[in-house]
Each structure stands twice: as structure tokens, then as C-alpha cells.
Ligand binder design. Sequence first.
Ligand SMILES: [Zn+2]
Ligand SMILES: [Zn+2]
Length: 227
Amino acid sequence: MRNRKKPSTLSRFIKAIADMVEPEAEKKAAPRKPYNSFARQSGPNDSQGTGKKTCQYWNCDIDVHSNHFLCAEHYDDYREYIIDKCPGCGRFKDVGFDVCKDCYSAAQKRGADKKSDSTIRREYSKVWEKGDQGVEKFYAYILKDDKGTFYAGHTKDLRIRYGYHTDGKVKSTAGREQKLKYYETFSSRQSAASREVELKTLINTNEFKIRKMILDFEDEHKLITLD
Ligand SMILES: [Zn+2]
Ligand SMILES: [Zn+2]
């Protein structure tokens, strides 16, 4: 089993907050499926037939304890409903994609419809429904990293999710310093997820507009003082 890094003070703080604010309903709905229901069908580490268990995320090779099906980082993603099962192979993939990259490449090789490239499409995931019970506010947000790259996401708890980003626990933003630049609130996960798609599209097609939105957002928040 892989030794887990000693959690930072910040991440322990965030965990403590998470434990406090997490609604009971969600705790009960937390994923508790036995390992066998996620049995891996194929993967790089299985080729020697060592029987070793590795993380079920489609391109993650990290060894996991026999009781676990995901590594620590991917389990956090799973609990935040950021990854779900690939209908093609049963391993895990980002919820924004229809299938994992392996299955996508395989489909392309078979000459499947090229228009199905879903690099920015995010679909509503059924697995969210249970975990969203009792949550009244959802966020679509924009981060900017130390190289000036923007990232859009959505979450039901901005503070916890932002902590995951700054702790490097979110694969797509890990390894770079992330700053929260912008957010909007929504009353449903679905509308926050749709807004995330719009923001991702804007990041790719009209970064000027994103910068303008961030400037306006900053201006607006300067109106608030603690005095
Ligand atoms: Zn993993
Ligand atoms: Zn797959």
C-alpha cells in the first residue's frame, strides 16, 4: 500500500470543517460499495497477473489496499462526484467525459463519430443526486494558476473544493499554484454544471471576456468592507 502523505495543517483543517458541515444525509449516502463491484477488467498493472490491486481510475497505477478501490486522491474526487464509472470499461473517468480516454481512443480507432469529442462537455451525473440532498447552493468557479491558465469547475462546497485544488488533490490543477478568481452561485447542481461548461468554452474561445468578468467581479466585491 502506498504511504499517504502526512496531511498539511490546511488540509486537516479543511477535513475537520468538512466533517462538521457534511450533512448526515450525505454521510449515509457516501459510497460504500464493496471492492468486487469495481473489479478491474484490464490495466497496465494487471498484465503480469500479480493480483495486486491498483487504483481504478483509468490511468492511475497507484497500488491500493485490498479494501480500497481508488487511491486517496481519486477517492476524494469520487466523494466530490468528480469521477464516475466509465460505461465502456468499468474503470473511473472524469464525469465531464462520456467514456475514459482508453475507451475513447479505441472508439476512434474503430472509426466512431469524431464529433463525439467531449473535451468540454459536462453532463449531469446520476451519482450526484444522493449526495446533493439538502444542499441549497452550488457554485461555478474560475481558478487561475501561477502560469496564467484559467480553469473552470463546479462544486457544492466552494471552500472544501478550493482546499482540494490548493492542496494539489485535483488532478487537472495539481502541481501549480491556484487562486480563486471568480464564482457564481446556483440553486441546483445541474445549472452550476451547465455554467461550468459555458465558462470552459469561454476560456477556450474568448479569454478576454473571462478577464473582464473577473475584473468586474473584483470591483463588485471591493464594495464590501468589514468596518
Ligand atoms: Zn488513483
Ligand atoms: Zn473506459
